[in-house]
Design a protein around this ligand. Structure first.
Ligand SMILES: O=C(O)c1ccccc1NCC(=O)[C@H](O)[C@H](O)COP(=O)(O)O
Length: 222
């Protein structure tokens, strides 16, 4: 089964086009003011229109309140909402139902217990994203370019499909998929030349390399 590929933190038409041309299945946009990848609503509107029908459009927020979520949905019109904060399973399910969008819940992992906690979202979210837990004091809750020990995820087998992220790059993504059996992968820093600046050559290399990894788990139905 071909692994799904999500390129996250896109902020320009050029990088968006590069991700889609490379064959990315999902394109992610960050709404988090502290992030170098944060986009405003005018940019979101333009990029959402450009991506429509060419890839799954994903809006990433962090513990967003209802007002922000409404603005994000109105501007970007995403296919999927990604939650990268401490949103509860109930809130993830409620927001997905309210807006009629698929959901992707990120869970930070540094120890076996963290994966057990991720199980609480299996069913509440349509997809899970298993990411590296940010280091203490990190400015960002994700997008730090740091991997976790993939052996922790080797036997992770939720009912919902899950994506792997955290420190992935063109030179390690195929091994990561083989080691974990993730249904897909998500990357941001590993396809950048500087924080927030996507590198088109690295995007193409990442997607090509990910396609050589073989996902072991089937894509669950909603
Ligand atoms: O990218 C950000 O700036 C960001 C800010 C706040 C929450 C999450 C953020 N990014 C998450 C991602 O881009 C991915 O889902 C994933 O964590 C990959 O990150 P990386 O290790 O940089 O490839």
């Amino acid at each position: 089964m071909t692994p799904l590929v999500k390129i996250c933190g896109l902020s320009t038409p050029e990088s968006l086009d590069a991700a889609i041309a490379a064959g990315a299945d999902m394109v992610g946009f960050v709404f988090f003011a502290r992030s170098p990848r944060h986009i405003d609503f005018a940019t979101a509107r333009a990029l959402g229109r450009r991506a429509r029908g060419r890839a799954t459009i994903v809006a990433l927020t962090v513990d967003a309140d209802d007002a922000l979520l409404s603005d994000v949905v109105e501007a970007l019109d995403p296919d999927m909402l990604q939650f990268h904060g401490k949103e509860s399973p109930e809130r993830v399910a409620a927001i997905g139902a309210l807006y009629g969008r698929r959901t992707l819940k990120a869970v930070g992992v540094a120890a076996p217990d963290d994966l057990a906690a991720a199980g609480a979202y299996d069913g509440a979210a349509d997809f899970l994203l298993i990411d590296a837990k940010p280091p203490k004091g990190a400015a960002l809750p994700g997008g730090n370019g740091l991997p976790f020990d993939w052996r922790l995820a080797r036997d992770f087998a939720p009912r919902r499909p899950w994506l792997l992220s955290g420190g992935l790059a063109p030179d390690n993504v195929a091994a990561a998929i083989r080691a974990t059996g993730a249904r897909g992968v998500d990357v941001s820093s590993g396809v950048e030349s500087a924080p927030g600046v996507k590198d088109e050559t690295r995007i193409a290399a990442f997607v090509a390399a990910a396609r050589t990894g073989l996902a072991r788990t089937p894509l669950g139905a909603k």
